[in-house]
Design a protein around this ligand. Structure first.
Ligand code: FES
Ligand code: FE
Length: 394
């Protein structure tokens, strides 16, 4: 099936319907790459936690007594019960509800009743997973030896500092469950061939939603006019362009429609300027880290998109809206104005993606030729096939 893949075409049906392929994706993709779990502003106090769930895995993201963010697998070391069942909360200890073993916020086993004399507490701590903070964004990685984020940080730290990533707060988080295979959701995000026909709101704000030639010309001019500025850096190290051993990433800045300053109904500002920015420049930056997480950085707010596989046929798209942390609701920003564009666009995408899955399930479906506007998607598919083909089981 992998050998039959033709670059420049969509995938064969089996990649959207076969459980054994999904199992391989879990091992070779979801357990290998950096995953966006959430934001530090969701757990401001010691003991605050939330759960991040992907496929069969549940991870407790918690702030420990030293104010550090930790991530533990939500599986008791006694007989495997989930420890936390509420999606978020505050805990002094992580107590298993089944037989009452308890762990501290660092995942160390503290109490286990009536155990044999040779039982070793130190061998029964919770499994912890790797955590990296990019500003306040919490990324986790389930691998023993995670892909390096060195290149990402080297190339983008200074640019991302402009947007004040350390000083953001999450002001809205919405989940959009999609009855489709996760790849159809990621593929849809990765191409703007559908933007013009499917997203009139997006197309009134973003140049990318217009004719491709017009967009390319405007983008060229936009970069010429702003040459040398940190904000206009370009790094295309995503998917099959990622260096071996490094996590994939991308940063690019794209023009908005003439006169548009931000992603709002009238194109006027949504919130105070982020970080060290001093002006609106009629653009928005795309940022991606890992295969499932994308950010869009306007000058005054940031939107995060996370695609999380739940099973072969179901995924969820989570959208996170961030503004600077000293902005005050109803004075500095109005939440409906802030979420309008990406709530509307994501609801439309949910529909498109669900319809795509229905068609792909048909016995008449066969891989179709990609357009010139789907080169990012092509890169995703090439990388995807290569990732599954080269997986060796480690
Ligand atoms: Fe957790 Fe038994 S499964 S204490
Ligand atoms: Fe879309």
């Amino acid at each position: 099936m992998l050998n039959n893949y033709k670059s420049g075409y969509s995938l064969s049906q089996c990649f959207y319907k076969d459980e054994s392929i999904y199992d391989l994706e879990v091992k070779s993709i979801f357990h290998k790459h950096w995953l966006f779990a959430g934001h530090t502003s969701q757990i401001p106090n010691i003991g605050d936690y939330f759960l991040f769930e992907i496929s069969e895995e549940s991870i407790i993201i918690v702030r420990n007594k030293k104010n550090k963010i930790k991530a533990h697998v939500n599986v008791c070391r006694h007989r495997g019960s989930n420890i936390c069942s509420e999606k978020y909360g505050n805990k002094k200890l992580l107590n298993c509800p089944y037989h009452a073993w308890s762990y501290d916020l660092d995942g160390l086993l503290i109490t286990a009743r009536d155990m044999p004399s040779d039982f070793k507490y130190k061998n029964n701590n919770l499994h912890s997973v790797n955590v990296e903070l990019i500003g306040g964004f919490i990324f986790i990685n389930l691998a023993k030896k995670p892909l390096s984020l060195y290149n990402f940080k080297r190339d983008l730290n200074k640019t991302l500092d402009l947007f004040g990533l350390d000083d953001l707060k999450l002001v809205m988080h919405k989940s959009y469950p999609i009855p489709a295979n996760w790849k159809l959701a990621v593929e849809n995000y990765n191409e703007c061939y559908h933007c013009n026909p499917s997203h009139k709101e997006f197309s009134q704000i973003h140049m990318m939603g217009t004719d491709n030639k017009v967009f390319k010309k405007r983008k060229n001019d936009f970069h010429e006019q702003n040459k040398g500025k940190l904000k206009f850096a370009q790094f295309n190290c995503y998917y099959d362009y990622a260096q071996t051993g490094q996590e994939g990433y991308q940063y690019d800045r794209n023009p908005l429609k003439p006169g548009i300053l931000s992603g709002t109904v009238k194109g006027s500002p949504a919130a105070p300027l982020l970080g060290n920015l001093t002006e609106y420049d009629n653009g928005a930056s795309e940022l991606m880290l890992g295969p499932l997480m994308f950010f869009l950085l306007y000058d005054d707010y940031i939107v995060g998109y996370r695609f999380t596989p739940l099973s072969l046929n179901n995924c969820v798209c989570d959208i996170f809206w961030f503004v600077r942390d000293d902005a005050v609701e109803n004075i500095d920003y109005e939440i409906n104005n802030l979420i309008w564009l990406w709530d509307t666009t994501t609801l439309a995408d949910k529909e498109i993606i669900s319809n795509n899955q229905k068609g792909v399930n048909s016995s008449f479906y066969s891989p179709g030729r990609l357009s010139l506007m789907e080169d990012f998607q092509k890169s995703f598919l090439d990388w995807y096939i290569n990732t599954l083909s080269s997986y060796t089981g480690d």
